[in-house]
Design a protein around this ligand. Structure first.
Ligand code: FE2
Ligand code: FE2
Length: 185
């Protein structure tokens, strides 16, 4: 404990260390979500193609169009902070996407595929909701009301998508469970 405190003090004393502020953190996190959205644009068409339920495929395609608009909103936020729109590889979304790809591969043509796709998609939405909530709050704290409004618009879309997926999960999984019970009887 004492050792750690000592280390922190010596770091604070070092005068040459550049001071990273909330605006730097905002920029870093913006690059992270920019990478995430572009990754999702590549992943959603595959998920729509794999989905067995027409409603689920339609929901993925609808969210693909929304995601393209979300990237445009991020372009505007980058413009507000005067930085180039550029992503930074995010291992969190890569991991979530890998898990989704694994489900698509292992459950291809299987009855539980759609339930797995919905679960994978909801993991993505929850990650996005967490990121956009944080970015919106930081934009407000940094006095960037236009950026905060843009981020809130996307946050609303992510939350609506999550809700749609929950509703689809209930209908898809209920149907599947009924079939499994009928087969078992
Ligand atoms: Fe998104
Ligand atoms: Fe999303």
């Amino acid at each position: 404990m004492a050792k750690r405190a000592k280390k922190r003090n010596s770091a604070a004393r070092r005068p040459s260390r550049p001071q990273k502020k909330l605006s730097d953190l905002f920029h870093e996190t913006l690059k992270d979500i920019y990478f995430t959205e572009n990754k999702i644009i590549k992943t959603l068409p595959k998920m729509a193609k794999a989905a067995q339920s027409k409603e689920l495929a339609a929901a993925f395609n609808k969210h693909l169009r929304e995601t393209q608009g979300q990237v445009k909103r991020l372009d505007r936020v980058f413009r507000i902070i005067g930085k180039p729109a550029r992503g930074k590889p995010c291992e969190a979304i890569n991991g979530i996407a890998d898990e989704g790809a694994e489900i698509m591969k292992e459950f291809r043509g299987m009855p539980a595929l759609d339930a797995g796709l919905i679960a994978a998609a909801q993991a993505v939405e929850h990650y996005e909701i967490s990121r956009y909530g944080t970015l919106r709050t930081w934009a407000e704290q940094l006095g960037m009301s236009d950026a905060a409004r843009l981020l809130q618009e996307t946050l609303d879309e992510e939350e609506a998508t999550d809700k749609t997926l929950t509703e689809l999960a209930t209908s898809v999984i209920n149907l599947q469970a009924e079939q499994e019970q009928a087969e078992a009887a």
